[in-house]
Design a protein around this ligand. Sequence first.
Ligand code: PMT
Length: 399
Amino acid sequence: MLEGKKIVIGVTGGIAAYKTVTLVSRLVQAKAQVRVIMTEAATKLVSPLLFKEISGGPVACDMWCGNQEFNVEHVALGRWCDLMVVAPATANIIGKMANGIADDLLSTTLMACDKPKIICPAMNTNMLNNPAVMRNLETLSQDGISIMPSAAGHLACGVNGSGRLPEPEDIKEYIDHFFARHEGDLAGLKLLVTAGGTREAIDPVRFIGNRSSGKMGYAIARDAACRGADVVLVSGPVALEPPPCVRVIPVESTQEMLDACLAVYPDVDAVIKAAAVADYKPHHAAEQKIKKNEESLTLTLDKNPDILKLLGERKTHQFLVGFAAETQHLVENAAAKVRKKNLDMIVANDVTVKGAGFSTDTNIVKFLFPDGSIREPGLLTKEEVGNLILDIVKEHFRK
Ligand code: PMT
C-alpha cells in the first residue's frame, strides 16, 4: 500500500522524535516518498540533517528561510502529499490543530492541507489525561483526523504509563492500514472473525478447553485488515499479539463469545468462525478449588449454545463461513454442518493430519459450498488459507 505514496511527516518537540527517524526509514524502504517538516523544538532534539539523509529529501523547518523546495512551501507540501502524519504529536501541536492556530511551518501546512491526517500523540501520562488535551483530541477526532492511540510503558519522565509513541513499525502498519482502508480490495467490508478456543470453568483454577492456538483466526483477521476490511476479532485466550488495526474483543467462555458475536452481528457483512468452541460446560462451576479427596470425580456437563447455528438462524445479509475440525469422515461431517448451520461455506480440516489443524503455521483444508462443490487448495500457510477465504468473501460481495 505504501509504494509511491507521498507522505509528509511532521515532527514536533517530543523526546520520542528520535523514533520518527526509524519511521521515516521504514516508509522510505517501503518505497513511499517522504518529506519531513520539523518544528523548532524538534530540531533541538534531532538534527534536520539526519532526517534529510534518511528521507532523501529536503527538510522544512522554517517559513522564512527562503531556500525552500517549493514556492509557498506550506501550501505546496499540503497539496503534494497523499497523507500528513504528525509523530510525535505534542500537546502543543494538538492544541494548535484543534483550535485553528497556525504560527509555524508545520501548523500552517496542517491547516492548508486538505488531505487525510494521522496524529500520534506522545507525552507524559498526566498531560495526555489533562482535560484540555482530551478535549482537543476529541475535537480532532470529530474533525475527521485519525488518532493513533499512544502506547503504554516506560516514559522519558521516568514513570510507567500511557503516552509513549508507538514503535515505528506499528506506526508504519497503521499508515499502511490507513491506505488499505481506502484502497484495499476489501475496503468497506465489515468482518467478524473468531479465533482461539473457549474455556469452561470447572473451578477457579481449572477449565475444560481445547488445543486451539488462535493462529488460524488471527491469520484471517490480519489478512483482512491488510486488505482494508474493518475487522472485529472475538478471541478466546491465546498467546498471540493482537493483529494491528483490528478491534479485538477478548472472551473466555462460549457464552461470552456468543454475547460478543451477537452484539456485532447485525452490522457485519461476513463472519468467519475459526474458533474452536467448547460444546459442553460443567453443569456447576465450583466456587472453591476442588480438593482431590475421592478416587474419581464425575462432572456433569451441559450443552453449550451453538453460536454458528444461531447466527445461521438469524442470518439476514451476512456471508457465513464456518470451520469444521474433524478427525474422520471429513467431507461428510463438514457438509452436514453447512446444512445444519445454514452456512455459505465451510473450511474443513482434518486435525489429525500433519501440517493441518491446531497450533501449526500451515493448514490443509477443503472448502465446501451449499451446492455440493468442493475446492481443495492443498498445503498452505494459515495466512494463505485466510487470503483464499477472503477472496471468496470478496467475490460474493462483488456479484
Ligand atoms: O487455532 P489454531 O491452533 O490455528 O487451530 C485452527 C483450528 C483447528 C481451531 C481451526 O482450523 C478450526 O478447525 N476451527 C473450528 C474448530 C471447531 O470448533 O470445529 P467444529 O467442527 O467443532 O465446529 C464447527 C463450526 O461451528 C466452527 O466454525 C465453530 O466455530 C462453530 N461452533 C461450534 C460449536 C459451538 N458450540 N459453537 C460454534 O459456533
